[in-house]
Design a protein around this ligand. Structure first.
Ligand code: SF4
Length: 727
């Protein structure tokens, strides 16, 4: 008998035993192997001898498994059964590999998939849990052909989309009007009772309730009002939500308060919640889960580790991607062409706080709180900004600046104008300097300016005429010096966030000549069938194009919101496909950002012409905990609980820091088994049978970046040299 650890001596449950029996009944060859083998090695050798010849029957699939051929095109041709064969063989090839599992504070995980199965089959031990066995059952069903693959029809996908309402539907608008009335009543009481300290928001002596309501309705249209009356504690939240929070949620939120986790939801955004009615149950789930914390987050707070290593910067040292940066806080960089600028201003904050925000990591150290007065820029900021922008000016490859935070539009108009003016001056200097440099050695000039903001969603009241004038003026003058793309990069999570107020704000931004792109975080509730497609469609209706669909990053703290990467691949292949743009339009769509004002018409033209419900311009990816984004992975292992272990490769379709060639593959131990994810969906009204193919998506391939997001070409040749790099 082989060496057995204490964990492996643990008997399996009756429920698990039933699944093991099912696996054995359905797979006679496997049963013989498991029952006749005397140790893990024998099990693995026998399974390999059985499965590998099957895979070899398809030469391409076998070469793909061996990494002799790669890429999306090949992947799409591989048969469903062969995908299972590859996973079985990958499990064997990675047996006894040890991985650090940051979901359990860095504990080592030894990958032993078939040992767990063998111990269960032979001795009813091994410590495997129910979802581990369910995953195995589905794996062998896929391999044997018992579980057939069927792509859902377009009609089916559209039916799923229709199940997800948008905030522009009359019925939803009406419910939200009622929510707003209720919230305004509470705010009047808060002002009357002087429960909120404010000199700005008060009622003159003796005015009637109607006059008070009128006044608050006027204030409602301003950003400042919503920031002032943002809810910061669970009791007020519950009151504003008409006392609908259950005891468990309230206990969690009180615990969060005790632990010092900030909480910040503005009245406008709150009015979007509570739209439940018998026809549209759980319609607000994706919004709700975004602002209401989970017990795992509370539990992990204080132990959250940074996910993106390149964002950890030590002064004077290169970051994980090899870039030397001018400041450890204000500039982040992963790629050669683009760097992120984080201003020292209120822009470090945000109009809300998403439960899966990566700023949670910083909040643990007491940084980045919501004391907005303290975040006003200091007098030294203009000089510091100059210095930071010299970095962009003197870099050979930088051509794209993403101003974000927190949130770029949290900065005041004055601060934002200053930043944009300084960016303009820097871009002019770069152009001027280039005139003195020979062709082929020239530096990349600034070509794209982006503002990263969720305020059009959290607080559309921020999109004022003054702000629009700043955006328009900047675009007009910056267009003269070669900047071609002006982008508001925003973050809609659900079509339910698209309200009449949002639609108006977005239309105004587009009219000012900026394009708007969206990044969605693929949380469990946002990952429901049709939800992302509905968002894509309604965004396109108002002129927003989709950029990324991000898997939830982080570890145990984001457990509740995590949707497995298998679901991300399933969504990409089965649902997003109905918006696939024919190749012949690639050149046409590349021009769209250059003609931003006509975005709504241009998007509609293409959709109508090709009968597409939306333009599938976004890529499903995860921000890797190493460097870059990718969805190129193979499932190489599984924990005893059924959490899959994925081995990611870097996205080969875009340029990277050369450090990428020195980096190992990235391993992610997912926090949630596929089975638990499905159970979670069931609790919010989903039919898990609709998701049955999810089990088979064990391989992912990153989509190519859509040409609409490519940088325009220069009319000259730039140097191939990299500056500010140390690898
Ligand atoms: S919008 Fe972005 S920065 Fe703001 S709280 Fe959400 S995730 Fe964090």
């Amino acid at each position: 008998m082989a060496y057995i650890t204490a964990e492996e001596k643990v008997p399996i449950s009756h429920k698990s035993q039933a699944v093991v029996n099912q696996i054995l009944d359905e797979n006679p060859i496997l049963k013989k192997i498991l029952l006749e083998s005397n140790n893990e090695q024998e099990v693995n050798d026998s399974i390999k001898n059985w499965v590998e010849p099957e895979l070899k029957k398809d030469e391409q699939a076998y070469k793909y498994y061996k990494h002799e051929i790669t890429g999306r095109k090949i992947f799409e041709k591989i048969r469903w059964q062969d995908v299972a064969a590859i996973r079985i063989l990958d499990y064997i090839n990675h047996t006894n590999h040890s991985y650090s599992d940051l979901n359990v504070r860095g504990q080592k995980r030894i990958n032993t998939p078939f040992k767990i199965l063998w111990l269960a089959a032979k001795y009813a031990t091994g410590g495997g849990k129910y979802y581990f066995f369910i995953d195995m059952l589905e794996l062998f069903r896929q391999f044997s052909g018992k579980r057939k693959y069927k792509l859902p029809s377009r009609e089916q996908v559209e039916h799923w989309m229709d199940n997800n309402p948008s905030g522009l539907e009359p019925e939803i608008i009406e419910i939200r009007k009622r929510n707003k009335t209720r919230i305004i009543d509470i705010i009047i009481e808060l002002i009357d009772s002087k429960s909120v300290k404010t000199l700005k928001y008060f009622f003159e002596e003796g005015i009637s309730k109607e006059e008070k309501i009128k006044k608050v309705n006027e204030w409602w249209n301003t950003k400042q009002f919503h920031l002032k009356f943002a809810v910061r504690n669970p009791e007020l939240l519950n009151r504003m939500l008409n006392y609908t929070l259950d005891n468990e949620t309230l206990t969690i939120l009180r615990e969060a308060e005790k632990k010092g986790i900030p909480f910040f939801v503005n009245p406008y955004y709150l009015s979007l919640l509570n739209v439940d009615n018998p026809k549209k149950k759980y319609a607000d789930a994706a919004i709700r889960d975004y602002i209401i914390y989970s017990k795992e987050l509370i539990h992990e707070f204080g132990h959250i580790v940074a996910w993106e290593k390149e964002d950890i910067v030590e002064s004077g040292k290169p970051n994980a991607a090899g870039w030397i940066l001018p400041s450890s806080h204000n500039v982040h960089r992963r790629y050669p062409e683009v760097a992120i600028l984080i201003p020292d201003s209120v822009g470090r904050a945000c109009g809300g706080l998403c439960a899966s925000c990566q700023r949670m990591y910083d909040f643990q150290r007491g940084n980045l709180n919501f004391d907005l007065e303290k975040l006003e820029p200091t007098e030294k900021w203009p000089e510091k900004l100059e210095r930071l922008l010299r970095y962009f000016e003197n870099d050979t490859q930088l051509r794209d600046i993403l101003i974000t935070g927190g949130d770029a539009l949290m900065s005041s108009d004055k601060t934002l104008k200053l930043i944009l003016d300084k960016v303009y001056e820097m871009a002019v200097r770069k152009v001027e300097k280039n005139k003195e440099i020979k062709n082929g050695q020239k530096y990349a000039e600034m070509i794209r300016v982006r503002l990263g903001t969720r305020l059009p969603v959290y607080l559309p009241q921020r999109i004022t005429d003054d702000l629009l004038k700043i955006l328009k003026d900047f675009k007009n003058k910056a267009s003269q010096i070669g900047i071609k793309q002006f982008v508001i990069q925003t973050h809609f999570e659900s079509a339910m966030e698209i309200t009449p107020e949002v639609k108006t704000a977005i239309e105004k931004i587009i009219a000012s000549g900026w394009i708007i792109t969206n990044q969605l975080v693929f949380t469990a509730s946002a990952s429901r069938r049709g939800h992302t497609n509905k968002l894509r469609k309604v965004l396109n209706d108002i002129g927003v194009i989709t950029y990324y669909t991000f898997s939830v990053k982080g570890y145990m703290e984001n457990y509740h919101n995590f949707a497995t990467n298998a679901r991300a691949v399933q969504e990409q292949i089965e649902e997003k496909r109905i918006g696939k743009i024919p190749k012949k339009y690639i050149e046409l769509i590349r021009m769209y950002p250059l003609n931003a004002k006509n975005m709504i018409e241009n998007v509609s033209y293409l959709r109508d012409r090709e009968n597409l419900p939306f333009l599938a311009t976004d890529r499903n990816v995860i921000n890797l905990p190493g460097v870059g984004k990718s969805l190129t992975f193979r499932t190489v292992g599984i924990t005893r609980r059924g959490r899959r272990i994925l081995k990611f490769e870097h996205d080969a379709t875009r340029s990277h820091s050369p450090i990428i060639h020195k980096m190992d593959d990235v391993i992610i131990v997912e926090s949630k088994p596929v089975g638990e994810y499905l159970r979670q969906l069931e609790k919010i009204g989903e039919n898990v049978n609709d998701y049955s193919t999810i089990w088979g998506y064990s391989i992912g391939e990153t989509e190519k970046r859509f040409p609409v997001f490519e940088y325009p070409e220069y009319p000259f040749d730039i140097t191939e040299e990299f500056s500010n790099l140390q690898v």
